[in-house]
Design a protein around this ligand. Structure first.
Ligand code: MTE
Length: 312
């Protein structure tokens, strides 16, 4: 089946106003970091206090409007504006994540339980989509490795598989079986999952994650193409085999399991050497794509011996 990704679809499809989501408005405490109800009148939702991180870039941020109105989230449709238009239909409370497979502490972890054990940080990361556009996003999240350690991976576990929620009543894109095979699935090697750059995000711009960005909890793997950063996660499974992943199953000749950002290896239908930074106006700023999306110093060691001119 042909992949539905297209190169850099253009900014005209963006809906002007993002959909605002259900927000938790109670005061909560998350392991040292405080989630405080925001000042009445400024916003309805909860805001996060999080510490800064050495892994953040100091590049210019995309604004909240860009980040929440130009999205890929096929569960709500294929248009860039569909997630902002329809993701408000998803109920994100209550939420829990099953952690199972090769772990010593399998179980169902509630969103609140996950947050209570989390050291929240702001991570300002570049996000490079395989379609050759990019953004700079100030995520709020915590290292996936910390959650995996709570579940205690067995010594023979080698990979981590992730699944998004299936709820066609609220996710209109899932009413079509022809769009993608649901649930949306992704996977990482265990050492990639344990790398400190790999986070589970629960917010952006200091506020809870908008639904269109993968509320209430999504993966962010900044050195890989954006489709690896799976949204609205309900299951994390440790395995000893490479798990099947959505875009790789859909078009294996176009999307590899690893899918590390690599300007040297073109997509069969377009170049990956450059990217368009979303939001840079009429004179869209094209910039050179960096190896591992600029995170080479932190992750190159994971791929020693891999031929970077052919592998992706
Ligand atoms: N996760 C799910 N469940 N479904 C999707 O369609 N799209 C991916 C990824 N995660 C997707 C997903 C793609 S292609 C990209 S580029 C990023 O989400 C976009 O994240 P953003 O909309 O927050 O920028």
């Amino acid at each position: 089946m042909k992949s539905r990704f297209e190169n850099d679809m253009g900014y005209s499809e963006v809906t002007p106003k993002s959909v605002w989501l259900n927000r938790r408005d109670l005061l909560k405490s998350a392991g040292g970091a405080t989630i405080a109800a925001s000042i009445a009148g400024l916003a309805n939702g909860a805001t996060f206090e999080a510490s800064k991180s050495i892994y953040s870039t100091d590049e210019e941020l995309n604004d909240f409007e860009d980040i929440t109105s130009y999205n890929n989230f096929y569960e709500f449709g294929t248009g860039k504006g569909d997630p902002a238009r329809y993701a408000g239909e998803l109920t994100t409370e209550p939420w829990s994540v099953v952690i199972d497979g090769m772990v010593e502490n399998p179980g169902t972890y509630s969103y609140e339980d996950i947050l209570s054990g989390a050291a929240l940080e702001e991570r300002i990361y570049r996000l490079r989509c395989v379609e050759a556009w990019s953004m700079v996003i100030p995520w709020i999240g915590f290292e996936l490795g910390h959650l995996l350690k709570r579940a205690v991976p067995e010594p023979s576990a080698k990979f981590v598989a992730f699944e998004t929620l299936v709820r066609p009543e609220e996710m209109r894109g899932q009413r079509s079986r022809f769009l993608l095979e649901w649930p949306y699935r992704e996977g990482l090697r265990l050492d990639e999952a344990m790398n400190p750059l790999t986070i589970l995000a629960v917010g952006l711009y200091g506020e809870e994650l908008p639904n269109q960005n993968g509320a209430p909890i999504r993966l962010v793997v900044p050195w890989k193409y954006g489709f690896k950063s799976i949204k609205s996660i309900v299951r994390i499974t440790l395995t000893d085999f490479q798990p099947p992943t959505t875009w790789n199953m859909q078009a294996p000749g176009e999307y590899g399991f690893y899918s590390n950002v690599n300007p040297l290896v073109d997509h069969p239908r377009w170049s990956q050497a450059t990217e368009r930074r979303v939001g840079s106006g009429l004179f869209a700023r094209r910039m050179e794509t960096q190896m591992f999306n600029g995170y080479e110093e932190y992750v190159a060691g994971l791929y020693e011996g891999m031929d970077l001119s052919t592998n992706y």
